[in-house]
Write a protein that binds this ligand. Structure first.
Ligand code: ADP
Ligand code: ADP
Length: 218
């Protein structure tokens, strides 16, 4: 089936048109990068899919649900552009706390599982305020997926990460059985993330296809 669908979606902020008719269909289980320069409409697209923003017109479904419904919320994992974990809690406490809020069965073991996968073991008792930017970003990615979401929407997840750290995040994402759409403005990052790409510019989809095909066109 189709897990992410947008049909002729438009969105304005006051007089600024952010989206001018976005169309996409992402099959369940597929992985896509959402590429485009700053201002293209990537964050707005993701916020609409998460239900944080309402489109002005058009149709949106995630996992078959309208994004503003609770059913949709439960299956979505979202990393906002400006993710901020709880600053006075430790890395591990953040994962346990958010895991518990989102109904994870055994939040403590889930927390350890993610900590190990992301090579964060030495920092598990470190308060977020004392974490490096890179480790804070890794934690933010882990928080986005702590509840085993079926549809994963990540806004520039590899920001602030050096190459080895990018690799551990990509490895962890690769191991997940989920549909994912990950935004980036960096082509090299998109190439590492997925075989499929959607390119947007000025609030419209200008390319939707495989990375291989895109390379042949270039
Ligand atoms: P991207 O994520 O690709 O950088 P955005 O979705 O953030 O693009 O932005 C798309 C357009 O909408 C840009 O022109 C941006 O300046 C504008 N925009 C985004 N957020 C707001 C906002 N809160 N208020 C006004 N304009 C905004
Ligand atoms: P409520 O329904 O009690 O108002 P929220 O709207 O905060 O609670 O969250 C509802 C559901 O949305 C949560 O159970 C969780 O599955 C999901 N959710 C909220 N925030 C995020 C996020 N950043 N990433 C992934 N899922 C989230």
């Amino acid at each position: 089936g189709i897990c992410i669908e947008m049909k002729e979606v438009t969105k304005k902020y006051d007089s600024i048109s952010a989206l001018n008719g976005i169309d996409m269909e992402i099959p369940c289980g597929a992985r896509y990068s959402l590429i485009g320069p700053n201002g293209a409409g990537k964050s707005t697209t993701l916020k609409i899919l998460v239900g944080l923003l309402k489109p002005d017109s058009g149709k949106v479904t995630v996992g078959g649900f309208d994004p503003v419904t609770n059913q949709a919320k439960g299956i979505i994992g979202y990393l906002p552009e400006d993710a901020y974990p709880y600053i006075n809690l430790t890395l591990k406490e953040n994962l346990e706390y958010i895991g518990a809020i989102r109904g994870v069965e055994d939040p403590k073991s889930r927390a350890m599982d993610l900590i190990e996968k992301l090579d964060l073991l030495p920092y598990r008792y470190t308060k977020v305020s004392q974490l490096s930017r890179g480790n804070r970003q890794k934690l933010s990615v882990a928080l986005a997926i702590v509840h085993h979401p079926k549809v994963i929407l990540l806004d520039e997840p590899l920001n602030y990460l050096d190459i080895p750290t990018q690799a551990s995040v990509i490895k962890m994402l690769d191991d997940l059985k989920a549909t994912y759409l990950v935004s980036t403005h960096i082509m090299e990052i998109a190439e590492k993330l997925s075989r499929n790409v959607i390119i947007i510019g000025h609030g419209r989809v200008t390319w939707n296809g495989t990375m291989d095909h895109l390379r042949k066109m270039a």
